[in-house]
Design a protein around this ligand. Sequence first.
Ligand code: PSU
Ligand code: MN
Length: 299
Amino acid sequence: MRISKIVEEALKAHKPVVALESTIISHGMPYPRNVETALAVEKAVWENGAVPATIGIIDGEPVIGMNEQEIEEFGKRKGICKVSYRDFPIVLANKLWGATTVSATIILAEKAGIEVFVTGGIGGVHRGAEKTFDISRDLKELGLHEITVVSAGAKAILDIPKTLEVLETEGVTVLSYKEKNFASFYSRDSGYPVDAVFETPLEAARIIKAKRDFGLKGGILISNPPDEKYALPSSYIEKIIAEALKEAEEKQIHGKEVTPFLLKRVAELSGGKSLDTNIDLVIDNARLGAKIAVALSEL
Ligand code: PSU
Ligand code: MN
């Protein structure tokens, strides 16, 4: 693993560090907005008192803390693998480029000693999973590692109640910032409640610390509802998701292609609105994640 100097020094000095993933760059957004977003997210982390560490795999080497040039490369290079847990050995052995999903980024963040990780929306149980068995590895890794993931809930393209059920099975504590219900990525309210609501980063940090102090394994998922200015009404986005899901079925899109396909089609069908929301919510998650990392390091 290569850890950048800035990140390594911050970790040694017990300063707050925030991990960031790279699938959102390579497979979640079009170039150049993906790169602009990744850099804006890093800036938001810095401005809120923490050190950003964008994570990915370059020529088979996991990198913790990419530089600007590397982020640019992740944004435009063709053929970068989307790396979930199972893909690690292939990418490492064959010295490939790998964009790490939430599941893979959790592994690398933990190895580096980073406790807070920011993304857009986690993967989860897909609609129709009772037939396809499509359940993101993100949920399992969240249950296995001592990490806090700040997100805007789970992606709206998923089955939210089933996702919350699996999170419970995996022992993931689900918290929400200020709203009583879990967010559904583009919308503020999925209609399903979380385990607890917190009003300040310090309150969240206290719950994280209690889990660690008591020796409880597993992660904490934080739902940060998208800003009212950018959130999309679920009645509006739901119609678009239904259309995108229908197309995915007709085109027989399966496995790891499903999520990138749906994100892209929803962005096209909404005339770019969903992409604007996605960008805004990741940056906002970065602000909150940095504040939680700061509060945690002070505790
Ligand atoms: N958040 C976003 N855009 C994304 C993702 C998260 O705003 O593209 C990525 C994450 O890397 C997450 C992945 O792990 O989507 C889920 O993929 P899948 O459903 O195939 O597990
Ligand atoms: Mn899947």
